[in-house]
Structures are given as structure tokens and as C-alpha cells.
Design a protein. Sequence first.
Length: 642
Amino acid sequence: MKHWRIGLEQIRKTRWAALLFTLAGLGWYAWQAWAAALTVRSSLDEGNYLYKGYLFATGVYQPYAPYSPWLNKMPLSFLIPGWVQAIFGAGLRTGRMYAFVISLLLVLALWLASRRLAGRWWGALSVWAMALNPMLIKTYAQALSQGLAVCLLLWACALMLGERRRWQVWLGAALLSVLTLTRENMVLAVPFLLLYVFWRWGWRMGLSTVGVTLLTLSVGHAAFWPGILRNWAKWLPSSLTPFLEAWRQPKGGTRTYIQQISFWEQMRVFFEGMRDHFLMLVGPLLGWMSVMGRGLRRCSDDRRLAVTLTAMQAVLIVAHLWASIGMDYCVYCYTGYLAFFSPVGLLLTGILLANWNWEALRPGWEALRRGTLLIGVPVLLVGVMFSQASRLPDAAIYRWLEPWLYDLRVPRVSGGRFQPGTIELWRMLVNKFSLDGDLVRVQLLPWMGAVAIGLLASGVMFLVALGLWLGLRRRLSFAALTGAVLLLMGGAFSATMFLSGGVTPYDCAGNTVAHYEAAGRDLAGRIPPGATIDWRAGGGLSPALLLYLPGVKIYPPQLNGVYSFRQGGDADALYAYGYWNEALSEQFMDEADFLIVATRPSLEIETDVFAAGFRELAPPPPLEECPRRLEVRLFAKPGKGE
């Protein structure tokens, strides 16, 4: 009896220790999320979710109505932040507080699911993995659809996976419908969770769950019918869905925003995704390697859970990789696309690592694990460092490597033969390939430094694993120890510039929310309700600024800037859909009372602005304190803005 009581007391202590560790991680996450919500730059996407959503929520425009703002995403991604503002007041502050709450809810869902499916300590570690990822924190701190989508997905997983009650599974199925009505790209996750229900509970439960999903999805579509077909028509092949032809974008006019990206830049962006979501993507790979040749034996449901989540994550990664890098549409969106679902990788990692096999496998399986790690780890770490090459000069280790790389001498080669003496490596590259010297020193040397740091990190990791293996007298698997060291290094360096830390394009100093409010008050004092505004966000200005100008009239196609601009085409058809072209640009400028232009300090104002009769007024207070700060300029027609 005494031993039983001691054992129970130890369990209680462990439980409280895990809970305290979780709360510490949640507190650290919340503190960073709050700071990010107040400081990060507002993006074009965030401003559109907030401003369009507010216009829809307050009845100024109706979703999918002709000449209304372009709904390039599903309606709830706009309406949910719009409804929040309709209740609590319009503005960036409301949007950021909404995003802050959503980010806490998604971490809570991740903890609940991980704790129940993998154990309390894996639940705690999943919270810390989120708290150590500055990129995800800054992404979810904005009122973007990523945070809302992954929050819905994680709550659906928490409600549907494992030992659940019927009403919980049905509620999770309803959330899957809300998820689809928020972002159509996330419909790819729905079949996997529904198939899991069939696999786990059988046909009767599976059919009822599908019924709940279809019913709620049908109700949502009916609320926005038939305009919501636009969102499906742009993805489904026209040859297979001719009945959607009336809902496709106007045929006239060609897209002007086109990215031309080299193969090496595509590779850099791919590894940037690995860098920013390191634990979320690498964790499942190592988890599967840890159970290789042995299986998942901790729980009878672990195999179903692992297969379901792995298949779902793999399909989502491939689909978004194809949509961004493969289609050359928005290559630099790839790492942001992964934020829609990457935290699910932490849930999967916990399930797999709860079955971690520390023992050596049969010779064949163990050799396969070792070979995969010996090849894969250097490729992974070199790729991750390669994606960081532009930031690398700020790292202390690179400042130590730079003189060595700069002075590194190699044999002289001419005509395929070695010549007497040596030459600096960078000078040899300049001479051999006719490269610009500054280009080699500024860009090529950091790339070489990235490769060197990646190889150095791989070597250190293998040496640490080897030392542990020898210290334990080879009683554990060398491959398992190597994987553990890689995960520990990934966790330790997640918050640094080597992984998801470091400066991002949205980093700003000061209180960005307060800056927007000050600029909004200034503009509201000069632009009266009812005035018509020509909005030229050429520099990526967030439409969130318009939230502080109640009652003004805008030209909806301009809210998306260059992304909704088309060359040529029928002006009225484009305008009705939410696009604009040159003719509409001239029309808007002629009709508008005020013109708001967002430019970088180095750009000059186009002469046609003055030709249209505008005069420049004093600019509003600065919106942000960022490394590449936007400048907002205000113009007015005669008699306006006096």
C-alpha cells in the first residue's frame, strides 16, 4: 500500500510539472503574440480581410454582388473579422485583438489534442514548439485567414480524433464545413478526417458524420448562392465543369502581375518553408523513422491517427507547393501557405514520438535509417542555411567565417591544367565565369558561407550523437540518437535567425496600431464622409487605413492593387467582377475627390496625377517605423481637403 501511494504521488507531481511547463510555454507564446499584434506591419491581405469584411458585415456591399469588392477567398475569411469589427468597432486594433484571441485558441486546441493523443508532456512540448517559432507567431498575430483556418482545423482534430463522443465528432464535422467556407484550399483536409471516422467508428458513424458535414456545408453555400461558385470555378478545370462557365472570371484582359523565378530561387523558397516550419515538417519525418521496422505499439489507434494525419499533411504540402512554386503565381507565398496547417505536424510528431524506438533495429532497417540520416541531414541543413543566405551576414558565426572565405586560396587553373601559385577563391570565380566582383563578395560568398555552416552544423550534430552513442556503450540506436539530437537542435535554434527567427518583412519598431489610428484621425479630419477616394496602393499599403474614414466612397477593384489589375478587356465586365484596367484607372482618377498613394521614399509621383487636377496636401503621420517604411501621400481636387 505504501509503494502504491508513493507511485500515485509521483504521478501527481508529474502531472503538475507538465501543467506548469505548459503554462510557462503558453505565457511565453502569449507575450510574444501580444507584442507582435501591436508592432508588425499591416499587409495588403490583412487590410483587405478587415476592410472588405467590415463593408460586407455592415451592409455597404453584398458578397458577390456586381461591382462589389472582389472575394478572391471564401466569404467567411472576410465576414468573420468583419462581424467582429461590427460588434467591437472598426480598426486595426480590433483586428489585431481578434487575431490574438484566435492564436491563443489554436494553441489551446493543439495542446488539448496532443495531450490526449500523445501524452501530457508531448502536449506541453507542442505548446513550446509554437512559442519558439517567431515566424508563426507574427503570422498569426495578423488578422489573416491563416490563423483562423488552422484554428478551425486544430479544433476539428481535437474533437474528431481518438476516443470521442458522437456529438463531439459531429461538432468537429461542422467545423470542417466552416473551414471550407473560410478557405477553399483547406477542403483538401476534409476527406481525411471523415475517412478516419469511418476507419475508427464504422459505416454508421461515418455516414452520419458525412451527413453533418454536407448539411452544414450546403447551408453555408445556400447563404451565398450562386456567387460562391466563383471560388470553385477558378480551381476546377473548365473541361470538367462547363456548367461553371458563367462564374469564371472575364475572359478579356490579361493578368499583369507575373513572377519570373529562377530554379535556384524556387529551391531557396522551398527550403525557406522547411526553415520557418522546421519542427512541424521535420518532426513527422523523424517520427516515422523512429518507428521504422517496428510499428506503433503504444496505442491501438495510433496507427490510424498517424496514417490519417500524415496523408492529410502530405497532400496539403504538395498542393500548396504546386500552387505557389509550381504555378509561379505567388512563389514567395509558400511559407505563408504552410502556416494554414503546419501546426498539425506537431500533433502528428507527438503521436509518432510517443512510440519512439530507442533500440537498434534489424541490420537492414538500421542501415536504412542511418543512411537516410547521413544523407538527408546535411542536405536539409545546407538547404535551410542556403535559404538564409541574405540574412547570414548578420550572424556572428558568419562574421567569423567571412575573412576565411574571403582569403581562401585555391590552385590556379588555366586551360584545364594546374598553374604555379594560388589565387583567392572569389577572384577565381570572377575570372573563370566573368562575374562581377561585388556580386561574388556580396551574394556568392554568403551562399558559400551558408553551405559551410550547414555542413558544420551537420558535423557537430553527428559528433554529439556519436558521443552519446559511445557513452551509452552502444546500447541504443545511433540513428535514434541522431534524430533526437536533430529535434533538440531544431527546438533550441527555432527562435534564432538560423531557423524561424530573425528579421522579417513585417517587423517594425514602435506601436504600429497606434500609428494607424493617428494617421486615420488625421485623414478623417480632412476627408469628409461621402467623399470619393482613388486608392493607389502601389507600395502594398494596407486598406486597413480606410477603416478610419467612415462613409467614404471607394472603387472596390483598387483594394487588391496590382493583383486585380488586368491589361485590356471589357471595362464594365471587369468592374462587375472586381477587376480594373487602364480605362477604369483613368475613370477613377477623373471622378475621385481625393487620391491616396502609397510609395517608397525613392519613388516619384506620376505626372498624370497632377494632370488630372490633383494637388498634394500635407501627408498624414507615418504609419509605421519599419526598415523599408511606406510613405502615404494625399492629393485632393480643387476645393477639397481645405
